[in-house]
Design a protein around this ligand. Sequence first.
Ligand code: AMP
Length: 326
Amino acid sequence: MSGIRPTGFLHLGNYFGAVRNYVRMQEEYECFFMVADLHSLTTHPDTKDLKVNVHRVLSENIASGLDPDKVALYCQSHIHETSELYLYLNMLAYQGELEKTVTFKEKVRQHPNNVNAGLLTYPVLQAADIILHRASLVPVGKDQEQHLEMARNYVQRFNHRYGKVFPEPQAFNYGSELIKVPSLDGTGKMSKSENQMATLYLSDDDDLIRKKVMKAKTDSGPTENNSKKPDYIENIFLLMRLVSDEGTIKKFESEYNNCTIRYGDMKKQLAEDMVRFIAPIRQKAMDIRNNESYLKEVMEKGAEKARRSAKATMELVRQAMGLNYY
Ligand code: AMP
C-alpha cells in the first residue's frame, strides 16, 4: 500500500522512490495505491485545482506502468472508512511525538500561518491509510522512514490495547536501501512544489529537461586522482545511475578518477538519457489525461476494490474495540 499527494506534477523522486516499486510489486502482491487527496488538504486547502491534479497523478502513474486491472488504484477521499480509522488512531497518538516529527517541523517552517491539526496528525492519517488494508509492505522513498516508524507504533499500541488486528507495516524498496533522489542544485531532494528548476518532472518537455540538467551545479573538476566526490557531483552520478547505461557510467567514473572529466559533456549525456527516459512517459500520460471517462472508470473500479478491503478491516476494528453494541 502506498500513496502520492496530488500537489503537483510527479518528478523523478516520486518515480524512483515510489512508482517504480509499485510497478514491480503489482506482479507479486495484492496492491493498493492511492492518490492522497486528503493529505494534500493539510497544506493546499484551495481545492480549485484538485480535480486536475488528481487526474494528473493517476495518469502519470498509469503511464509509468501501473495497471488499474492488477491493483486497486483509487482516490483517498472516496474511502470513508479511512476517516473513521484515523479518528480511532488519533486517540493512540500523542502530541509530543507528533510535534517532533521532522516533516511537521519542516512544514511549520514553510507555512507558519497554517499550522493546522491535520498537519500535526498527518502521520496518523497515513497510518490509517496503510493499515486500513492491513498492509505490511509500503513502497516509499527515504523521506517517509519516520512516518512508517510512527505507523508501527500506532499498530503496536492498538494491538496491545484491543487485541491483534494489524500487521506492522515496513517501508519497502526492491533495492537494498530506500531512495532519495537529490535536487539538481545540490541542496535537498527533488520535490513537487519547491525547487522547481532543480527538479525533473515527468511532464517536462525535452528542452526544459536539457536546460535544467545543464544548470546542475558542478565545479572545475577534481585535481587529485581517485578523490572523494563533493555531494553535488555525487548527485549527478546518482542521477546518471538511474537512467544511463553501464558503459556510460563507467566512462565518466573513470574520467573522474583520472581527473580528465568534463562536466559539460557529462551533463549533456545525462540530459539526453533523461529525455529518452521521460519523453515516452510524458506522452503517454498526456493521452491518458485527455481521456476523462477512462479516468473516472479507473477511480470507480479502484474505489470498489479498496472499499471492500476497508469494510472488512473496520468490522474487525469495531469488534476488537468493543464498539459493537447490537
Ligand atoms: P509525495 O510527493 O510527498 O506525495 O511523495 C510520494 C512518494 O514519493 C513517497 O513515497 C515519497 O517517499 C516519494 N518521494 C518524494 N520525493 C522523493 C525524492 N526526492 N526521492 C525519493 N523518493 C521521493
